[in-house]
Design a protein around this ligand. Structure first.
Ligand code: AVI
Length: 322
């Protein structure tokens, strides 16, 4: 194997750990928080009283389901409902049931990076809704979207729930939306959830819950580095810290070193030194308003054709077209 081959063997996580922990200020991307334990912790977060996002979106889907699905296929000619990051499909089932009970002709295509998640969801749906046509797709969003570009699907409705877009800074969010726009035809729709700006304290509480589940979720990135790269992070030496800037709408998560310390990441041959109170930035969770979503849409070649919100306007689902 030559050097080039060896290089291509380096995983994205390894590269991130090396680059992020040798940079100043230090950073690690939140997408690497998710392994089996990270997924479980995120499930627990969604049940927390402080984490309002899931409940608000559920409320919107439940109260506006009939109005929402009416937009999907007015001519009832059939479509593919493609969901990026389907997870356990709990919220989606509200729409699936509404579509089935109104005899819409559609196939549900859940997409997830985890083949396990797609398989479990498929089996669960087959039991709960035997008449539903399900065709799961496994892969990274962008890679699967590339595959979709060349399929013969007629009408596509792409769905991204959970304000997942909020984990991307605006320039990356625009790239993501542009990519989605690129696979959409003129009749296709994009249905996406965006958490809204609100009382800053409500947002801080959502990302710094009283039971410490979000802290454990954030620290799971260090736990992963310990297990996967033979490292010796003592997670108790780090503090989970959340900030929210009400002007930009950006919530940011950090891990803050409580003392001067050094950590060995043996598999990477790396010693990482931390000053007391030095930070690792791990996640952003962007909050939006109509003006910002409109701007993102415009930058991406999309337009908002409808929007749905809960009674408090804490959260909104927007429907976009090219
Ligand atoms: C997945 N994503 C939209 C969540 C969020 O709200 O940013 C991840 C999360 N991080 C901490 N709590 C939840």
């Amino acid at each position: 194997m030559d050097c080039k081959d060896q290089k291509t063997k380096i995983s994205a996580f390894e590269k991130e750990v090396y680059e992020g922990l040798t940079a100043f200020p230090k950073y690690l991307s939140s997408k690497f928080i998710y392994d089996q334990k990270g997924d479980k912790l995120f499930q627990n977060i969604m049940e927390l009283p402080e984490y309002y996002l899931t409940r608000k979106e559920f409320e919107i889907l439940n109260t506006k389901k009939s109005e929402i699905v009416q937009n999907f296929d007015q001519e009832k000619q059939g479509f593919h409902l493609i969901e990026l990051g389907a997870g356990d499909g709990k919220k989606t089932k509200v729409l699936l049931k509404e579509l089935l009970s109104n005899a819409y002709n559609f196939t549900y295509n859940p997409i997830d990076i985890s083949s396990n998640a797609v398989e479990n969801l498929k089996q669960n749906l087959q039991q709960e809704m035997p008449s539903l046509k399900v065709q799961g797709l496994v892969g990274e969003y962008f890679e699967v979207l590339d595959r979709l570009k060349y399929t013969e699907y007629d009408k596509k409705i792409i769905m991204v729930l959970g304000s997942n877009i909020g984990n991307l800074l605006h320039p990356r969010a625009i790239k993501f939306l542009q990519k989605l726009c690129g696979v959409m035809g003129n009749e296709d729709l994009l249905f996406m959830g965006f958490d809204q700006k609100k009382n800053p304290q409500t947002i801080l509480n959502a990302y710094n819950d009283s039971q410490g589940v979000t802290a454990a979720f954030n620290k799971n990135i260090l736990v992963r580095i310990n297990t996967e790269f033979d490292a010796n992070f003592n997670v108790n030496n780090f503090l989970h810290w959340e900030t929210y800037d009400p002007e930009s709408g950006t919530a940011k998560s950090y891990l803050v070193s409580k003392e001067k310390q050094s950590v060995d990441i043996n598999a990477l041959g790396l010693e990482v030194c931390f000053e007391k109170w030095e930070t690792i930035h791990t996640e952003i969770s962007q909050k939006y308003d109509d003006h910002t979503v409109k701007w993102l849409a415009k930058e991406s070649g999309l337009k908002i054709i409808n929007q749905f919100s809960d009674v408090e306007k804490a959260y909104q689902n927007y429907l976009f077209q090219k």
